[in-house]
Design a protein around this ligand. Structure first.
Ligand code: UGA
Ligand code: MN
Length: 244
């Protein structure tokens, strides 16, 4: 199956560095299609020219987050992930048979190559541990006799699916047979996006544990430090135009 990675991304000083790191990983994965969705009113020149040289099958989408949703404490990238889902459904509306696996790949996380081997065998919805998240070294689904029976987490253990966006994959079949499943703004509390989405397409009992019964961390919720630009000149001082 093809792995479809949906990556929301937005303009900031570290953007090209993040995308470079991500492309360097994805380029080593067979049959990966990268759906990069810019949080912007139009496709940027930076991302367009980056993708053109990335050496990866890709689709470049864009949708701006409404201003009222750009606030601390509100979920990020809802509209962008939905745009990726809409593109997938549109593209496959006439050819349902093609096997595929969908994965939400934020631009700042760290992905091992083994992770892609694991998720490729997803039949419906698969899950695995995520490192450096929830105020712990890792969060993970608790597995008994090959079934998910609970969650090891340090944060909001009341979540129906106590899992980060980087902790699951969904087969294309499931996405196509649940055409209304989307990420929701309305009533979605911080950290509940994953649960709100997964509730629409699966149950805890149905989840397929990967990474040796969820005992191996193969992806890390790394976050990039905010860059210090304190010494950046107010006016353009450099003598030539720099691509950065
Ligand atoms: C955590 C989760 O890991 C995310 O999947 C979830 O979207 C997010 O919380 C949330 O609060 O909604 P965190 O590291 O805090 O992640 O979030 P970011 O990495 O800053 O953002 C997640 C993704 O959305 C990234 O790919 C980022 O580039 C993108 N993003 C972020 C936008 O497209 N627009 C923004 O304004 C901010
Ligand atoms: Mn992040």
């Amino acid at each position: 199956p093809t792995i479809y990675a949906i990556t929301p991304t937005y303009s900031r000083p570290v953007q090209k560095a993040e995308l470079t790191r991500l492309a360097n990983t994805f380029r080593q994965v067979a049959q990966l299609h990268w759906i990069l969705v810019e949080d912007a009113a139009s496709r940027s020149e930076l991302v367009s020219s980056f993708l053109a040289r990335a050496g990866l099958p890709s689709t470049h989408l864009h949708v701006p987050t409404p201003r009222r949703y750009k606030r601390p404490g509100l979920p990020r990238a809802t509209e962008q992930r939905n745009a990726g889902l809409a593109w997938l459904r549109q593209r496959h509306q006439h050819q349902r048979a093609q096997p595929g696996v969908l994965f939400f790949a934020d631009d700042d996380n760290t992905y091992s190559l083994e992770l892609f081997q694991e998720m490729r065998t997803t039949r419906k919805v698969s899950v695995w541990p995520v490192g450096l998240v929830g105020g712990r070294r890792y969060e993970r689904p608790l597995v008994e006799n090959g079934k998910v029976v609970g969650w090891y987490t340090g944060w909001r253990a009341d979540r129906p699916f106590a899992i980060d966006m980087a902790g699951f994959a969904v087969s294309l079949q499931v996405i196509l047979s649940n055409p209304k499943a989307v990420f929701k703004r309305h009533g979605s509390q911080p950290g509940m996006q994953e649960s709100d989405f997964l509730k629409q397409i699966t149950t805890v009992e149905e989840l397929e544990p990967k990474a040796n019964n969820c005992t191996k961390v193969l992806v890390w919720h790394t976050r990039t430090e905010k860059v210090n630009l304190a010494n950046e000149p107010k006016y353009h001082l450099d003598t030539v135009k720099i691509e950065v």
